[in-house]
Design a protein around this ligand. Sequence first.
Ligand code: 5GP
Ligand code: ZN
Length: 124
Amino acid sequence: PRVGRVNDCLFCRIVAREIPADVVHETDRTLAFRDVNPQAPTHVLVVPKEHHATAGLLVGADPQLLADVVASAHAVAVQEGLVTDDGAEPGYRLVANTGPAAGQTVHHLHLHVLGGRPLTWPPG
Ligand code: 5GP
Ligand code: ZN
């Protein structure tokens, strides 16, 4: 697997601060920034700073890092007022598009944190 920085990867370039992004949360191993084409009032992308293409590859290589990405996503949801640390109201959605059938366009694992409006289950 390609781990570390991948030169032609958009999110590796955002992590390296070569492409600007509206960063809302950062840890030593994760970065969270607003999606350029938001689908909800809160639409944040959370990535591991290391390059891993999918959650399946990441959980095989470094399960703790996948847990760190989920923890960062939860911290973003708290920061955005979507939940309290000990509650689930009003709530939010985490999405990891994986592969072409799901419409994954950036092949560096990212969790979408969506919230701030009622979210319907995909009808399609
Ligand atoms: P995917 O379909 O791969 O899960 O979603 C990739 C997401 O990245 C899309 O929601 C898209 O709007 C977002 N995106 C694409 N290019 C950029 C960019 O340059 N900056 C930011 N912040 N988001 C981007
Ligand atoms: Zn990458």
